[in-house]
Design a protein around this ligand. Structure first.
Ligand code: ZN
Length: 244
């Protein structure tokens, strides 16, 4: 199966640091990300309720595909239609917003890159499932499920549920079955299932979570560790003294 080539662009002002090198360097059997991340202005005002931008206005603001690109993943920071955080537009374009999402991720110490990578995996599979194209939002699709399982195909009707698929995400058994029915090679699905396990939190925050979730055990481990360090340093000091 040929790898997809994805183009990431930024649309309008994005007030967050995103480590695009991490995204570009991510090794996947499913896709490569073009190494040039281009910026475009958003020169229109919102045309929907609650300051939201309609699919039409955003689709026109995103440039058309180059020949060697399978789909465009456009990052912005404005509210989207119906307050979604990502939407499939026409002409193989995806719009993705950090509006409200950056705060949700920050509250759980999840890097923004994790969410972007997770979406690149899910949309790449969608592209393959729908005969090498991204179905627009108006088309009826069935690749996502409403239940939140930590799966890359979680619908996340409640935006805050996205945290469950942004570290150690899975492809659940139902989605595995759907993908394999769509003529995607099983070996690729299995390998990508392993690949997405690399979407993790930083070590510091994993330790932070452990302490938060197991405070008493953490105190016991700290105590034992302190005693071991103390004993070891005493033994080493006694050995050193023997040389003098
Ligand atoms: Zn699933």
């Amino acid at each position: 199966m040929d790898k997809l080539k994805i183009k990431i662009i930024r649309l309008g002002y994005i007030p967050f640091d995103i480590d695009f090198k991490k995204i570009i360097k991510n090794k996947s059997l499913l896709f490569d990300v073009d190494k040039y991340i281009n910026d475009y202005i958003l020169d229109k005002n919102s045309d929907g309720g609650n300051w939201g931008y309609s699919d039409d206005i955003l689709e026109k603001a995103i440039p058309n595909l180059q020949d060697n690109i399978n789909f465009i993943f456009c990052i912005c920071n404005v509210p989207l239609e119906n307050n979604y955080y990502s939407r499939r537009l026409k002409n193989n374009k995806i719009i993705f917003t950090l509006f409200q999402m950056a705060e949700i991720l920050k509250s759980e110490n999840i890097p923004i890159e994790n969410l972007i990578l997770m979406k690149l995996y899910s949309y790449s599979f969608v592209y393959k499932m729908y005969n090498n194209r991204i179905p627009s939002k108006s088309e009826k699709t069935s690749f996502a499920h409403d239940e939140t399982k930590g799966c890359i195909f979680d619908m996340t009707g409640y935006k805050s549920d996205v945290i469950y698929s942004c570290y150690n995400p899975i492809i659940c058994d139902d989605c595995y079955h759907n993908l394999s029915k769509s003529k995607i090679p099983i070996d690729i699905i299995k390998k990508v299932r392993k690949e997405i396990k690399r979407i993790k939190k930083k070590l510091f925050y994993k330790l932070f979570d452990f302490v938060k979730n197991h405070p008493i055990l953490s105190i016991i481990i700290s105590f034992i560790f302190g005693v071991v360090v103390n004993l070891t340093s005493t033994i080493i000091w006694e050995k050193i003294k023997c040389f003098f």
